[in-house]
Design a protein around this ligand. Structure first.
Ligand code: HEM
Length: 471
């Protein structure tokens, strides 16, 4: 248990609670040369920032209105709710004249400099690696504002208030927009674009969350700066580092792959229809069925009731007695097992690398034309965002040392890269043991298409609200 109580009015709400959203806009900006005016306006903006306390109140209000509606046998009303958080990149802090090290090398260097090490595709120009990112992320981004709401009109209202303070569009504007991306919860509520229920497994923060079975709890120092042992300036207490990734998903191509490579049998050796075989392959690649049910708990058939049950859908440890049996339940390379290996490692090797994920899908649903062509025509994917007290332990570690590493988790045969987010050269053939009946086989596999394509990103620092007001 943490000894110092957390200052919930001072910590931005997206970090520990998550901004409540049906829709969410990430507004990336550069700060103009009138830095003094911007810093003054920032203190006027501070009262509009959704704190952890406010985000908790939003959740309570919505859940109470759902309960009331249920009790009265009517549809739950849409409760108008809007949220706002803000974070800065290293170049943003520098622009604001905030010099000095805030104690994170990844943040200091920025994500563009990290793209090659993250495994992103790109080319070498004049001896320098240039990732295949959209232009906006290849230039300096000073900060990001995250606007959330129950509907676009609520987001637009906050955006208008903020724009008035920052004089956006006027000759004396103190910021200008670099890129605005709009995310939204999909019609299939809570499911990402490949169709899998997302946002199930985040760690509980000790002294703040009530831990659900199997969730795993972390000390606040894993998520919040100032609670760890790293030396930082006082103003950087109660903040968190935000890793943002602009991830495009090739959904028709992913579906085609599943269709073309159905598993012939389940792990008990029962023959499967092609549809069942494709569904099982997808579930084993993710580590969960589309319903959210973990394959480790139900390796043969989906169990949608389990998938939806927050008291059971995360309550498991991997079987580590025997590699063969373990993998016949959940492949070592499944996305969820690569990114949170649970008891595959001792807790001290897992806990420091837990992150809190706050992504939202973007882009339209797959159109009938795309489904027919088995090819993506329109951009869609995940606005991936996660918080941690230290990027080298958090996002950077999970992506580089776990997801992209074919030898992780360390087992008798190398499991291969994460089939969902692992990044390596297309065409590489790697062992991934997706089959349940012969998990030790290097699995026939399958070439290595990549269905999640990073097209940009940046590392930010989400400061405390008092730092926004006073720094
Ligand atoms: C869990 C999908 C990107 C880290 C999940 C789950 C799904 C999913 C469906 C299971 C639901 C849950 O446990 O909450 C995706 C998709 C991605 C993506 C489609 C890209 C488009 C990433 C990235 C990272 C990441 C970039 C970090 C580098 C995690 C973690 C979990 C998770 C830590 C929880 C695993 C657990 O605790 O069991 N993801 N994800 N994901 N993902 Fe991703």
């Amino acid at each position: 248990m943490t000894s110092t109580p957390l200052d919930l009015d001072n910590i931005q709400g997206d970090i520990l609670v998550g901004l409540l959203k049906k829709t969410e806009t990430f507004y990336f900006f550069q700060i103009s040369d009138d830095v003094n005016a911007f810093r003054t306006q920032l203190s006027q903006l501070a009262p509009l920032i959704t704190s952890t306390t406010a985000a908790m109140d939003h959740r309570k209000t919505v859940s109470q209105s759902k309960k009331d509606a249920l009790a009265q046998g009517r549809e739950p009303p849409v409760v108008p709710i809007a949220g706002l958080n803000i974070a800065f990149s290293q170049s943003g802090l520098t622009k604001m004249g905030i010099t000095g090290d805030i104690g994170d090398v990844g943040f200091k260097n920025g994500q563009l400099a990290d793209a090659l090490a993250l495994g992103d595709q790109g080319s070498t120009v004049n001896g320098k690696f240039v990732p295949d990112w959209i232009p906006a992320f290849k230039n300096a981004i000073h900060g990001v504002m995250i606007f959330s709401g129950d509907k676009q009109a609520s987001v637009d209202k906050t955006l208008a208030e903020v724009s008035a303070i920052l004089r956006v569009g006027a000759h004396d504007a103190t910021i200008h927009e670099v890129l605005k991306v709009v995310g939204a919860v999909r019609p299939e509520n809570g499911h990402e674009h490949f169709g899998f229920l997302d946002g199930i497994s985040n760690p509980a923060v000790e002294g703040f969350d009530i831990e659900k079975p199997g969730q795993g709890a972390v000390d606040p120092k894993v998520i919040l700066t100032g609670h760890d042992a790293i030396l930082r300036p006082a103003w950087a207490t109660d903040g968190s580092f935000l890793a943002f990734r602009y991830l495009f998903q090739l959904v028709p191509e992913f579906n085609l792959f599943l269709k073309k490579n159905p598993l012939p049998t389940d792990s008990d050796g029962n023959r499967l229809t092609p549809e069942q075989g494709s569904e099982l392959l997808g579930a084993r690649m993710v580590g969960r069925w589309k319903s959210g049910a973990p394959v480790d708990l139900t390796p043969i058939v989906d169990d949608p009731v389990l998938g939806k049950d927050p008291m059971r859908n995360n309550d498991f440890h991997y079987n580590i007695e025997n590699d063969f049996t373990s993998q016949s339940r959940c492949p070592f390379a499944a996305h969820t097992r690569k990114t949170n290996p649970r008891n595959d490692l001792r807790p001290e090797f897992v806990t420091p690398h837990r992150i809190i994920r706050r992504g939202v899908p973007f882009g339209p649903e797959v159109t009938p034309d795309e489904a027919q062509d088995n090819r993506t025509h329109l951009g869609r994917g995940l606005l991936f965002a996660c918080y941690q007290s230290n990027l080298a332990n958090g996002f950077q570690f999970v992506q580089k040392q776990w997801a992209n590493a074919r030898g992780f988790p360390p087992k008798s045969t190398p499991p291969g890269i994460d089939p969902i987010i692992g990044q390596l050269n297309p065409g590489d053939v790697l062992p991934r043991s997706m089959s349940g009946t012969n998990p030790a086989s290097q699995d026939e596999l399958l070439g290595l298409p990549i269905w999640v394509v990073p097209r940009g990103g940046e590392y930010f620092f989400s400061p405390s609200i008092s730092a926004l007001r006073d720094t």
